[in-house]
Design a protein around this ligand. Structure first.
Ligand code: FPP
Length: 258
């Protein structure tokens, strides 16, 4: 397998993926886009300038992941804990979502990218909720890649809601407690329609999950990269794919090579 070396360029769209076995590529990549604030403050800019630059990375990485053959890309855009940030930053982030949706939906539809949202949309501003519904409808026929945007998403809240739904079914006699298995729980998650992430990337040097896809990450590979999200580019993504391809995924079984 060819390894990317520091200083190498990212592969362009018409080059074959760098892995010898394309089946080894992750079908689902999830990203915790961290470091926008640090990127900005390190340059003496307001934090929102980092989020704005972060949108460029969202665009670049969405396009590049699709060209690399990734089938599902999940981006952690706003967590249930992000409401604790100053009001101006939360409103600034919402304005950026509006800007992104207005500008990108048509492009995503044209490129065959289906957009889906996970998280509690009901707490989002009404106009953003309407944009989310419209974006899902406009891109619903997309079959090159699914872009899953986690918005007002928190994994524990998701698990609590799934548990409540199952409890209601058991109380109503529609389900027996013994019938609750992995599949029954997974079916109640926001992510019921998607495979679990093969690879979870977090930018900006922090090494934690921060309430992201706790259930779904059971067998994910993790990569923590030092770049802040606004600096994370196509080459960084290719390097992550390359590192992923060197992992020996065993799912609790034995090493392939003895
Ligand atoms: C983390 O950086 C980033 C966020 C909380 C927001 C991410 C949002 C975007 C990139 C823009 C919108 C995205 C979409 C999909 C339209 P941080 O602020 O926690 O950085 P810090 O740790 O350096 O403070």
């Amino acid at each position: 397998m060819r390894r990317l070396m520091p200083g190498r360029r990212a592969l362009s769209a018409d080059e074959t993926p760098q892995t010898a076995d394309p089946r080894a590529l992750p079908g689902h990549v999830a990203i915790i886009m961290d470091g926008n604030g640090r990127w900005a403050t390190g340059r003496g800019l307001p934090r929102i300038a980092g989020h704005k630059r972060g949108i460029n990375s969202v665009r670049k990485i969405t396009r590049h992941a699709r060209l690399r053959g990734v089938k599902y890309l999940t981006l952690f855009a706003f967590s249930t804990e992000n409401w604790l940030r100053p009001k101006e930053e939360v409103h600034g982030l919402f304005d950026l979502f509006r800007y992104y949706m207005r500008r990108e939906c048509r492009t995503l539809a044209r490129e065959g990218v289906r957009i889906r949202f996970i998280g509690d949309a009901s707490e989002m501003p009404q106009d953003i909720q309407a944009m989310m519904v419209e974006a899902e409808a406009m891109t619903s026929a997309g079959d090159t890649m699914t872009l899953i945007v986690a918005l007002n998403y928190g994994s524990r809240a998701e698990i609590v809601t799934a548990t409540q739904r199952l409890a209601v079914k058991v109380a109503a006699g529609a389900l027996s407690a013994e019938a609750i298995d992995d599949a029954a729980i997974a079916a109640e998650m926001n992510t019921a329609d998607f495979p679990d992430p093969d690879l979870i990337i977090r930018t900006s040097g922090e090494q934690r999950l921060s309430n992201f896809l706790l259930w779904q990450a059971a067998y994910s590979e993790f990569l923590f990269v030092d770049s802040h999200w606004p600096d994370f580019d196509e080459l960084s993504f290719d390097e992550c794919l390359d590192r992923y391809c060197q992992r020996d995924r065993r799912f609790g079984g034995l090493r392939k090579s003895g």
